[in-house]
Write a protein that binds this ligand. Structure first.
Ligand code: TXA
Ligand code: MG
Length: 344
């Protein structure tokens, strides 16, 4: 099939295709999503097929208002309204127990819970409203690839396999939403995936301690969110995360081994080190916000270059740095590559 690029002007057509069961990718403030009508089991199933997504990994249902969620959930956590008022629309996905039979079970991969998000993107909010149905939306990449932060990334992975892509420019945040479990009304909310809505931001609003899935700190424990167990975001070229303090030392090791070097970093870092590299990608700015926004685009771009390793800077694990480091750790192959570098 021909994959069409839809603009603002084509919103009604894109919404009609979605409503009728076709797959249309859409922009959000985090990453692009792979949209399908959440009420049509076959449409949802084809999202899994097109992405190559494991069937045990549930999807996020995108809505245009909190009201829309109430059609599918009977029992809400007591903190729900406060959380929604503070963070929706925004990069926060909420998990509730689903009203039995309210949505096809393929949406939640058979789990008794379903996750919902109201994205903060005017075009996509209009798209969902116009479609008149909730829209499932996993990140619009082929499973295992870095999430797409612009429409070209989606086109690269899925052209010919989906009906269209709604053009919305580069995404503002660049890492996927925070996933918060609210499915048990008697327990404090628990973060299953870190994102731009941080633990601290939630605690400031709610005035209570927010739990974090122990898996996020100790990789050996099984995650509560099925998707967190997969090796996501991986470029084909090995990537190595490097503390900026050790950057020069690691570069020296790599250069001594005649390994072809790719660098992903801030404009300042790239300018300083580019003479020693075969390929570079500079994101726009110096802080962790800029790094998060440019991470997936950088990994994708450098994956096309003839290099053997990509060096990526670490950031302190605080604020957005928690989400950035979570994604970076999944994208890198730290131990193997360091062993290779230091062995003869
Ligand atoms: O920012 C985002 O969240 C993007 C945009 C498009 O909205 N979407 C996204 O979807 O990242 P996806 O499918 O790539 O990641 C959804 C994550 C997975 O880790 C999945 O396992 C988890 O959310 N998840 C979804 N429903 C769940 C549920 N009922 N229980 C536990 N985890 C759930
Ligand atoms: Mg994903």
């Amino acid at each position: 099939m021909e994959t069409k690029i839809f603009n603002k002007m084509d919103l009604i057509e894109a919404a009609r295709l979605l409503r009728e069961g076709e797959i249309v990718a859409f922009p959000t403030e985090t990453v692009y999503g792979l949209g399908a009508n959440a009420q049509i089991a076959d449409a949802v199933q084809s999202v899994f097929t097109v992405k190559g997504r494991p069937s045990d990994n549930p999807l996020i249902v995108h809505v245009e208002s909190f009201e829309q969620v109430k059609d599918y959930v009977e029992v809400f956590h007591p903190l729900t309204q406060e959380i929604v008022d503070a963070f929706w629309p925004g990069p926060l996905t909420l998990i509730f127990t689903i009203k039995p039979g309210a949505l096809p079970s393929v949406v939640s991969a058979g789990l008794p819970t379903v996750s919902f998000r109201m994205p903060n993107h005017p075009l996509t909010l209009e798209l969902i409203k116009e479609a008149g149905v909730p829209i499932v939306g996993p990140s619009a990449n082929t499973s295992g690839r870095p999430s797409p932060t612009n429409s070209q990334h989606v086109y690269h992975d899925l052209q010919g396999k989906i009906a269209g892509i709604l053009e919305g420019g580069a995404t503002a945040i660049g890492v996927e939403s925070t996933v918060l479990d609210l499915s048990d009304p008697t327990k404090p909310p628990m973060i299953l995936r870190p994102g731009a809505v941080t633990k601290e931001a939630l605690e400031t609003i709610l005035g209570i301690e927010i739990l974090v899935d122990p898996h996020l700190a100790h990789e050996e424990q099984a995650p509560k969110s099925p998707g967190m167990k997969y090796k996501h975001y991986a470029p084909k070229t090995p990537a190595l995360m490097v503390n900026p303090d050790e950057w020069e030392a690691v570069m020296a090791l790599v250069i001594a081994k005649e390994i072809r070097l790719g660098l992903l970093g801030s404009p300042q870092m790239i300018e300083r080190y580019q003479a020693s590299a075969q390929a570079t990608f500079a994101y726009e700015g110096e802080g962790v916000e800029a790094a998060a926004k440019g991470l997936f685009a950088g990994l994708r771009a450098l994956d096309e270059a003839a290099i053997d390793v990509i060096l990526v800077p670490t950031f302190p694990e605080e604020g957005l740095g928690v989400a950035y480091m979570n994604r970076l750790k999944k994208a890198t192959n730290q131990l193997n590559f360091l062993e290779q570098l230091t062995s003869e």
